[in-house]
Design a binder for this molecule. Structure first.
Ligand SMILES: [Zn+2]
Ligand SMILES: [Zn+2]
Length: 557
């Protein structure tokens, strides 16, 4: 019989669940942190050692919560689960593929090791709170709570003033816009598919004098289209209603920002997180850049319509969300190295939104209104986070830049981009894999930025002048000393390991119906590798990917 110790660690109503790595027995199953008692150790000593080895924390063991015996094909275990408190440190993923704080009501869809079965039953029996029902006002609540002066030094503000998620909203759009003081003349921007999906919206606009801009199928948000919308509203007493997702919203957000017009978005699919966002990714002269725009005043999501949206769009939304793990890592690393502004509350808001959505992976593609409402709310929350920071840091890291780079390289060849979240999802897995490989290095040898600028110029070709400008007067790495990067490496490793690893994310994406490989998104492997290498130069922003030319060991990857 093998003696095993495990820890039950609570934080408020949630306890810590740990997911086993893909390369060990009981791969990717959930468990409690712990392990075998070594000869000569007491049970408490074993528990403390295991928590230190697996999570990098020091725990104070309390009383025994439960003892169980289980026979696996390879061994028989006697496991003692002890209540424990964290005395020092924040859990890091040193062994596991994912860590999650969950309530006993949230265990649906999480597969635990068989030995834990009886424990989970007891936890659920002792904490019978059902999972909280979806609150249609959850996003509004967050905005009201967080708006205003914050400990981070910023005064968080957003122009979003009315967010509604619910059934049958499509028939009330006109009434809601009137309540929000929209001008009697309204420009309705949509494409054929989105307008068909939102059947009933035009009929609801009876009180307005409506002019329509209808696209056949807008896949690329270009500056020409932004200007076309601007020409329709400039100097007029008009407001704008965008019915759709993605590119349609992006052009409207920038056009309305420039012309200072009220904007409402009626979402037809939970396919990306840009609804509440402040910045807009727009293509100009073949170069995709993030433009400061504005958040819409009104955002509406009719759960019936969102639930009916094609599965591919929902999966793409999931891909866009899982990217937040990389974004959060890059943001924290930049804050650590450069002092870039980071609001812990916004970071926590984003983290909670992506964790909640990841936990729902199995249900993402279902035609179910409550699920669709929850997905939409998660997407909105990360947009609100961007809006609060007035930049895209909380939601977009190196993975987004790689995806934008792919798009830029292929646009001149006339290749219509994939759904944003499809490319972003695959790039997220690429980044997580790369970052984990780096986190495995205990120490690094750092050197001054060894970028081969001739190679960068050759890669960008005609786009080079745009890229060159972003890297002047000095490259963004200029303020980072190699010694500093070397000295802070342990913290950087801990940041990487604070988010789920590539294996856990891949599994969640598969469950959510996402494309997971370069081949599935139809991109040549060499092109993706080139974009991974050269994309960081198209943004003036520190990411771990941008730091690779400062890390000698990175070359051996
Ligand atoms: Zn995105
Ligand atoms: Zn803040």
């Amino acid at each position: 019989m093998t003696e095993v110790m495990a820890a039950l660690i609570w934080r408020g109503k949630r306890f810590l669940a740990c997911r086993r790595p893909a390369n060990k027995a009981r791969a990717l199953l959930w468990e409690f942190v712990g392990g075998k008692v070594e000869p000569g150790e007491t049970r408490a000593q074993a528990l403390i050692r295991e928590c230190r080895e697996e999570l990098g924390i020091t725990v104070a063991p309390k009383d025994v919560f439960m003892e169980v015996t289980h026979t696996y094909p390879d061994m028989q275990v006697h496991m003692t689960l002890m209540n424990a408190e964290i005395a020092q440190g924040e859990p890091q993923r040193l062994e596991h593929s994912e860590l999650r704080w969950v309530t006993p009501g949230e265990l649906d869809g999480m597969e635990f090791c068989p030995a834990d079965e009886a424990i989970l039953q007891r936890l659920q029996a002792e904490h019978p709170e059902p999972k909280e029902a979806f609150d249609p006002d959850c996003v509004g609540k967050v905005i009201r709570e967080m708006q205003g002066p914050c400990a981070c030094g910023r005064v968080h503000a957003t122009t979003v003033r009315d967010i509604r998620i619910g059934k049958g909203l499509v028939h009330r759009v006109g009434e809601i816009l009137q309540e929000n003081g929209f001008a009697p003349r309204l420009l309705l921007v949509a494409d054929r598919n989105t307008l068909a999906a939102a059947a009933g919206v035009q009929e609801s606009l009876g009180g307005f004098q409506v002019e329509t801009m209808l696209y056949p199928d807008l896949r690329v948000a270009t500056m020409e289209e932004v200007e076309a919308v601007e020409r329709r509203i400039a100097g007029q007493d008009m407001s704008v209603l965008s019915v759709g997702t993605g590119s349609l919203n992006d052009i409207c957000r920038l056009a309305c920002a420039r012309q200072d017009k009220l904007l409402a978005l009626f979402a037809t699919a939970p396919s990306m997180d840009g609804f509440a966002s402040y910045s807009a990714p727009i293509v100009q002269n073949g170069f995709k850049a993030s433009w400061p725009a504005k958040s819409p005043e009104v955002i509406l999501g009719d759960t019936e319509i969102l639930a009916r949206a094609p599965a591919a769009l929902k999966s793409a939304g999931f891909g866009d969300m899982i990217a937040k793990y990389v974004a959060l890592v890059d943001w924290q690393i930049s804050a650590l190295l450069t002092g870039e502004e980071l609001c812990p509350r916004v970071a926590e808001l984003t983290r909670r939104a992506v964790d909640d959505l990841t936990a729902m992976a199995d249900r993402v593609t279902r035609n179910d209104e409550e699920t669709a409402g929850q997905i939409f709310a998660s997407l909105l929350l990360t947009g609100v986070g961007m809006s609060f920071m007035q930049n895209s840091r909380p939601a977009s890291g190196s993975e987004h830049v790689v995806a934008h780079c792919l798009e830029c390289k292929q646009l001149p060849e006339g290749i219509v981009p994939n759904l944003h979240g499809e490319d972003v999802g695959v790039c997220t897995l690429e980044m997580l894999t790369l970052y984990e490989r780096l986190a495995a290095l205990e120490t690094i040898h750092a050197r001054p930025d060894a970028t081969d600028w001739q190679a960068v110029e050759a890669f960008y070709g005609p786009l080079w002048p745009e890229v060159d400008r972003l890297n002047r007067p000095a490259p963004v790495t200029d303020g980072i000393a190699p010694e500093q990067l070397q000295a802070l490496w342990p913290q950087i490793r801990a940041i990487i390991r604070s988010v789920p690893g590539a294996d856990a994310c891949r599994l969640a994406m598969e469950r959510a119906g996402c494309k997971c490989t370069c081949a599935q998104i139809g991109k040549p492997r060499e092109l993706l590798d080139d974009c991974i290498r050269f994309s960081p130069y198209m943004r003036r922003r520190i990411t771990l990917l941008r730091l690779l030319p400062m890390i000698e060991e990175a070359e051996t990857r």
